[in-house]
Design a protein around this ligand. Structure first.
Ligand code: FPP
Ligand code: MG
Length: 329
């Protein structure tokens, strides 16, 4: 399988510049906040969003000098810190104790402090953005934060009412995940002054990739040998109906559907129900069917790149699509 290091290779210099920029900008006063911020920054994960910004910037730049500009580092910081803050809040909402193989902020400092850490990161992100004077980038990126909240709220509402449909599921994952990947890819193009059409193409590319990314995330929650660093089966414990279970529910007659929903309601306190639903999902081939849906989005994403010439940047973005489809972490 293609590695993230290989994908990152054509923009290593730009990503190193971004890391140095982030270290300089993101500092905190006081021991507690400083420790919390270090924890958040040192457990950032795969860095898919900054990579998307840098590769898109390089692919859309008219001169090579533009690819490592401070605007690219700023765009990468804005998207990655929104993502970081949203996961800190997400772990509070989901009551999840583990993220990327490490204790979550709420597990270490309790929920009320974790919420404040997420708020602090968002507030610092906005002020660094405004101080930079790059208002087009700040508006482009931060203007979509509300969409993430809409997705998360819609998801919470569906989990409590258990009234998920395929369209609602797609709407949720578009809002909570695909939007920010679309923003990342298009912000890279915007940062280097690409035309409006190219910015739109990159947004569509990132959004298709983001849909696939979240579907794969939802598949991995059911996959026995996944290495996500998150507890497997959490979606069921939280009462979330994601694509694999939705596929089963769509196929089932009324009696089976009601039985499955009843089991789902008991997942929060009964681990045997989690295991039972996981077993049915695997036995019924629902993961393979979900993979086909995911693959459709990957193909859409790759098609969006066909208007670009063949360069190492485009190749890396195509490889990123394969990575998302094949990843088990
Ligand atoms: C992870 O989903 C969560 C998201 C992609 C979005 C979270 C958004 C919010 C909490 C809204 C607040 C937004 C901001 C900007 C602070 P998941 O729970 O399916 O994935 P997981 O398994 O990784 O937890
Ligand atoms: Mg979660």
């Amino acid at each position: 399988m293609i590695t993230l290091d290989a994908i990152r290779q054509p923009v290593t210099k730009e990503l190193d510049a971004y890391e140095a920029f982030l270290e300089r900008q993101f500092t905190a006063e006081g021991d507690l906040l400083n420790n919390m911020l270090r924890h958040a920054l040192s457990s950032r994960g795969k860095g898919v969003r900054p990579m998307l910004v840098a590769l898109s910037a390089a692919m859309n730049a008219r001169t090579s000098g533009a690819t490592g500009s401070p605007r690219v580092s700023l765009a990468a910081m804005l998207v990655e810190m929104i993502h970081t803050a949203s996961l800190i809040h997400d772990d509070v909402i989901d009551e999840s104790d583990e993220r990327r193989g490490r204790p979550s902020a709420n597990a270490i400092w309790q929920s009320h402090k974790a919420v404040l850490l997420g708020d602090y990161i968002l507030a610092r992100n906005m002020s660094i953005g405004f101080e930079s004077g790059q208002f087009d980038l700040v508006a482009h990126i931060c203007g979509r934060m509300a969409t993430l909240c809409e997705g998360e709220l819609l998801q919470a509402d569906c989990a409590s009412k258990q009234n998920m449909t395929r369209n609602t599921y797609l709407d949720i994952i578009y809002k909570k995940t695909a939007t920010l990947l679309g923003v990342s890819a298009s912000a890279g193009a915007l940062a280097v002054g690409a035309t409006r059409d190219k910015v739109t193409t990159m947004r569509r590319f990132g959004e298709a990739l983001g849909m696939a990314f979240q579907i794969q995330d939802d598949i991995l929650d059911y996959t026995p040998n996944a290495e996500t660093g998150k507890p497997r089966g959490n979606d069921l414990r939280e009462g979330k109906i994601t694509l694999p279970l939705l596929i089963l529910l769509d196929r089932a007659d009324d009696a089976c559907r009601n039985a499955l929903l009843d089991q789902l309601r008991r997942c929060h306190e009964d681990e045997s129900q989690v295991e039972e639903i996981q077993r049915i999902v695997l036995d019924e081939g629902a993961l393979q069917e979900a993979q086909l849906v995911m693959q459709g989005y990957i193909e859409r994403a790759v098609r969006m790149l066909s208007e670009y010439p063949d360069t190492p940047y485009r190749t890396s973005l195509i490889h990123l699509c394969s990575f998302v489809a094949e990843r088990n972490k």
